[in-house]
Design a protein around this ligand. Structure first.
Ligand SMILES: Nc1nc2c(ncn2[C@@H]2O[C@H](COP(=O)(O)OP(=O)(O)O)[C@@H](O)[C@H]2O)c(=O)[nH]1
Ligand SMILES: [Mg+2]
Length: 296
């Protein structure tokens, strides 16, 4: 069964174990920052420090770690004991980013949610602009590399070619993704009330095309940012990685199906934090839309 509570499913949340801090989690955070990590021991402390320096409403950081073996887990346990804003969730082994982010989002308690990478390629200095747009009523604010003022790093040509191909394919296959210049961005903020059913079986790295495909009446804004090179740790894509490309294409084809066939209305209630989204609208067949699509 597919759950319909919030952005992701209860089933997805059930696959990661939440580790509670020694002290109680911060009460009523306005903002939840969701990170996914594998072996980010050297990046995480700097990222958290830089987040802390931003002018932000009360926030928590939900970190979904997939079996790090470089000390990230131990570090997270220590940090959570010291700082109730840090909420780690542990899952054994890589599960790709869509399920990891879904689990983090499901556990998030803020009215605004920001999803970003934990490897410092997404500058935390951009978070206040995302939050400001959400406070002004945007349903979704995408941090983009491709708008004026944004930029890409100077990755190796192969990686640049993969990114360009990915962007082209996303815009071609998922027409509603054209509402932003960076539909494959992994850095974005949205209102908690935005509702996208995610099946726990989905694998892939980008949740954003699904949001764009499914939530057609969502107001979308953008803020530019400069994508910076990784200074520590390893990327999930190494060289001409056929496994990654296959996962990428499968996720895009699934998002394209939603784009063509679905496009449900979002439940956008910006002023009420933590309210339950409305249930999915039934299809003419009487089944929730995402379920009927997935079982075709
Ligand atoms: N939990 C989890 N995190 C992941 C997974 N794959 C990548 N990450 C994290 O997601 C973020 C982006 O991954 P990265 O490998 O840098 O992707 P790239 O920037 O596209 O090369 C980083 O914080 C990684 O640690 C995964 O399967 N599970
Ligand atoms: Mg990266």
């Amino acid at each position: 069964m597919i759950g319909y509570r919030g952005f992701a499913t209860m089933e997805a949340a059930g696959t990661a174990i939440q580790v509670g801090p020694a002290s109680a989690p911060v009460r009523d955070p306005v903002l939840s920052i969701v990170l996914a990590t594998i072996n980010e021991r050297w990046n995480l402390p700097k990222l958290l420090e830089r987040i802390d320096r931003q002018s932000l409403p009360p926030y928590e950081v939900v970190v979904v770690d997939d079996g790090s073996i470089d000390g990230t887990r131990e570090l997270l346990v220590q940090l959570a004991q010291r700082d109730p804003r840090i909420r780690p969730m542990f899952h054994d082994g890589p599960q790709t980013l869509i399920p990891a982010h879904s689990q983090g989002i499901e556990a998030a308690r803020g009215r605004f949610i920001v999803v970003m990478d934990a490897d410092l390629q997404h500058p935390p200095e951009t978070i206040p602009s995302l939050v400001s747009d959400l406070q002004d009523g945007a349903g979704l604010c995408v941090a983009t590399r491709y708008a004026k003022g944004g930029s890409r790093d100077d990755s190796p040509p192969l990686r640049m070619a993969i990114s360009a191909g990915a962007l082209f394919a996303a815009k071609l296959l998922v027409p509603h993704a054209q509402r932003t210049s960076d539909p494959m961005s992994g850095f974005y903020g949205f209102q908690r009330s935005v509702f996208v059913p995610v099946d726990p079986r989905w694998r892939g790295y980008e949740l954003l095309p699904f949001v764009l495909a499914m939530c057609r009446d969502l107001s979308v804004t953008e803020v530019p940012y400069a994508f910076v090179p990784r200074s520590a740790g390893l990327s999930k894509i190494v060289g001409w990685d056929l496994h990654f490309i296959r996962i990428y294409l499968v996720q895009l084809v699934l998002a394209a199906r939603f784009d063509r066939l679905l496009g449900h209305r979002t439940t956008f209630r910006s002023s009420k934090a933590g309210t339950e989204p409305e249930p999915a609208r039934p299809t003419p067949m009487g089944a929730p839309v995402a379920t009927s699509l997935l079982r075709r």
